[in-house]
Each structure stands twice: as C-alpha cells, then as structure tokens.
Design a protein around this ligand. Structure first.
Ligand code: GLU
Length: 427
C-alpha cells in the first residue's frame, strides 16, 4: 500500500470493532456477562525474536498473535506481514475473526497476528528465517486443534509451508504428520486445498451476486473499481470478469489507474507480476488521482487492501450503489454512517470476505480426514455456505430493521450467546 493508505490503517481499528460490537449488542440486548466476555480478547502473545540476515548481521523482529475467543472451536485467522501490524490491529483483526467464523457457522473461534515488517525489504532466504523463528517463538501457542493461522496481507502458501514445517519439526516424531494442519492455505502438494487461493475472491463475488439477485439487477451491466490487487483483489476481479462486470479503476501500493472502457484483470496481473507486484504504469489505462479514486463513477467498489480506507475524507464523494468489503475493516464507523445516509449498501467484511476462512475450514477437514477434495466441489460447497450466511444476514436486518453489518454481528453473536448460556462460565 502507498504510505497514505498505510497511515490511515493506524487509526484505532480496535475502536471501530468495539463500536460495531456495542451497536449490535444493544440491538439484540446481549446478555451482560457475555458482553463482557466478548468485549475483550482472551490471550495476547507478543514475541521479540532474532533472525540472521544475508550479510551475517542479526535483526530483532516483533510478532503478535491475539486470540480473541475460542468458545466455538480453535482460534482461527491469518498472519500478516506489514509495518502497520501492532497490538491494536491484531486485537481488531482477531475479534473480527470470531464474528466471521461464528457467522459462517464454522467450529472455530477468532485469532490474528503477524509481524511488524515490510517484507519487500527482505530476501526470500531472510523471510524464511524470519518466518521460522517467529513460528518457533510462538511455540505451542499455535496448534492444529488449538490455534490455526492462515495467509493474510503479504503472506502466502510458501510462508504457510515454512510455518507448518517448522512447527512439525518441533513435535515428537510420531506427531509430525498430524501437525501439518497447524496452518491452512498451504501449497496444494503439502496438504493445501485446491481453490483455497481463490476462495476469498470467489466469496466476495458470490455475495455481490446475491446482492444483485436481491435487487433484481443484472450484474453484467455494471462497472466496478477495486482497491488492492493482491490475492483478494485479483481473484475477485477474475470472477467479476466471468460475470461480465467491467473493471474501470484499480488502486494499489504503487499507484492508481483508470480506463472507462475496461481493464482486463488477467492482463493487469501479468503486468503486475513482471513489475514487482505493482500496477503502476499499466499501458492499457491512464494514471488517476489517488485521493479521488473512491469518487470514480461506478456501480460497485471492492476495497480489498487494508483497513480504514473509506473515511470521512472520501465517503462523501462515493457514487457507487454498493461497497463490497473484500478487506477487513476498510470502512471506518463515521464513513459508514455517511454511506448509509446516502443509501449506499455495504456487504460487511465478515460476510463478504468470509470465503477465505470457509476455504480454510475445508482444508482443515481435508487434512484431518486424510482426503483430497476436487476444486469443483470446493467452490460449490463454498458458495452454498456463503449464500446461507447472506440470507441469514438479510433476514436479521429485516427483523430488527438494522443495517447489514449490525445484522451480521447479531447473527454471529447470537450463536456465541447461546453457547455461553448453555455451558455457563466455569467454575
Ligand atoms: N486472513 C483471512 C481472513 O481474514 C483468512 C483467515 C483464515 O483462513 O483463517 O479472513
């Protein structure tokens, strides 16, 4: 992300989460004890660990893993490598994971973490050593039936393979094979799931299709813009293209581009791959002003980068009908109110990007059962789960006459409230 995009992310993400949580808790009249439990994180692990650099020097890094809640199952959620990773961001992202997994009906809780680092500054060998020492420092704070990390911003299947290998190598010999599912999002040959790479983007488009069906609108007449052209941004664009929706603007860490006649996501990916991952300079589009990107005249906006990107600075200029949150926390709470007042609909992150963790769940099941699933089956099952969640959110929004984000929270929190009510609080 550009410096300005990264700076905005720093503005109290956890505060946003708590605001959203309290709003939903009021609506559903959440049990006061459960409100206290869910209003805080369970464990916060901060590790400082050394790693050797290519020139022989040693650097010390700071890594985080926040475990928000595990009432419904093992902690689950990604690890990101980014300079904005800190305790506030990890708390916020871990809490969102609890809602996300509960909403999707998965047997998981929520966790999140990462390393405060700009991975572009390190060689592949350095990243491997940093990742392995981070995994070692986390020790048994993660585990295949306890806390299961996955890819997030700037982490990928290669990094998951190093984590799995390091974790497994530190288990007793008889436990090694069974400990590989300590992470999901692994390379396919190392037990990864076919389709996990595209699961989040596929899910984003599934929810956009549900929105169009609800409004009885034809997606193929629509235009959209996407912020972030990493895993989520690219795959969402790929599936939007399959539905004939026209991509007219893209923004990433390197620049902002626009073409009213359309940008082909496959050509853009090929360009970015040869260009250090950046879209800047793509020959089939013009450069565009970064500060008015969200004001581009289009039907749908897919923020698929970092948090706090749609703020009071730019919410007023948005002309789109729909914001589909591929990223976690891209809309801050004040901006959300502006959008809702303007009649702009928002598919909230915990629903919109839930395809990723649903894909992770399938991978985990596949590993536990020693099975290998086919991509066609994966995508069908994924679509099915997301459609069920989407319908629940719409029904709940109607029942309480609330916005979709609050409704998504209510669905998630009702499940958690019921669990705590049935089990009670030990002792
Ligand atoms: N990092 C993704 C998310 O924010 C995926 C998490 C997972 O698969 O555990 O939802």
């Amino acid at each position: 992300m550009s410096k300005s995009i990264a700076k905005k992310e720093k503005r109290g993400m956890y505060q946003n989460v708590l605001h959203q949580f309290n709003k939903a808790a009021d609506v559903m009249n959440l049990d006061p004890g459960v409100r206290k439990i869910l209003g805080t994180t369970q464990n916060e692990i901060v590790v400082h660990f050394p790693a050797k650099m290519d020139d022989g020097s040693v650097e010390v890094f700071t890594g985080y893993r926040v475990q928000h809640n595990n009432a419904l199952g093992p902690y689950k959620g990604g690890l990101r490598y980014h300079p904005t990773v800190d305790i506030d961001a990890a708390r916020a992202l871990a809490t969102w994971m609890t809602w996300k997994t509960a909403l999707a009906g998965l047997p998981y809780g929520g966790g999140k973490g990462g390393i405060q680092i700009d991975p572009k500054k390190y060689s592949k060998g350095e990243l491997e050593r940093i990742t392995r020492r981070f995994t070692y420092a986390l020790g048994n704070n993660i585990g295949p039936d306890y806390d299961i990390p996955a890819p997030d911003v700037n982490t990928n299947s290669q990094i998951m393979a190093w984590i799995a290998d390091t974790f497994a190598s530190n288990q007793a010999p008889g436990q090694r094979f069974n400990s590989f599912h300590v992470v999901t999002g692994k390379p396919v040959v190392s037990g990864g799931l076919e389709g996990r790479d595209r699961a989040t983007g596929f899910g984003v488009v599934t929810t956009i299709q549900k929105w169009a069906d609800l409004r009885e609108e034809d997606l193929s007449n629509k235009t959209y813009i996407v912020q972030g052209f990493g895993n989520v941004g690219y795959w969402a664009s790929h599936f939007m293209k399959e539905k004939g929706v026209k991509l007219i603007g893209v923004q990433d860490h390197s620049g902002t581009i626009y073409n009213e006649d359309g940008i082909d996501p496959e050509e853009l990916l090929a360009y970015a791959t040869d260009n250090n991952g950046g879209i800047k300079g793509f020959h089939k589009a013009d450069e565009y002003d970064k500060d008015t990107f969200f004001g581009i005249d289009c039907d749908i906006i897919i923020p698929a980068a970092l948090g706090n990107q749609i703020t009071t600075d730019n919410a007023g200029m948005i002309k789109a009908q729909l914001v589909a949150e591929g990223a976690n926390g891209p809309t801050d709470t004040d901006a959300e109110q502006i959008l809702l007042d303007k009649g702009i609909e928002i598919i909230p992150d915990i629903l919109c990007n839930g395809g990723g963790v649903i894909g992770s769940y399938f991978e985990w099941l596949q590993n536990k059962r020693s099975e290998i699933w086919k991509i066609e089956d994966v995508l069908i099952k994924l679509q099915d789960k997301l459609e069920i969640s989407f319908d629940k959110v719409i029904k709940t929004a109607e029942k309480y006459d609330i916005d979709w984000r609050t409704a998504a929270y209510v669905v998630a929190m009702e499940r958690l409230e019921q669990t705590y009510t049935e089990r009670g609080v030990f002792p």
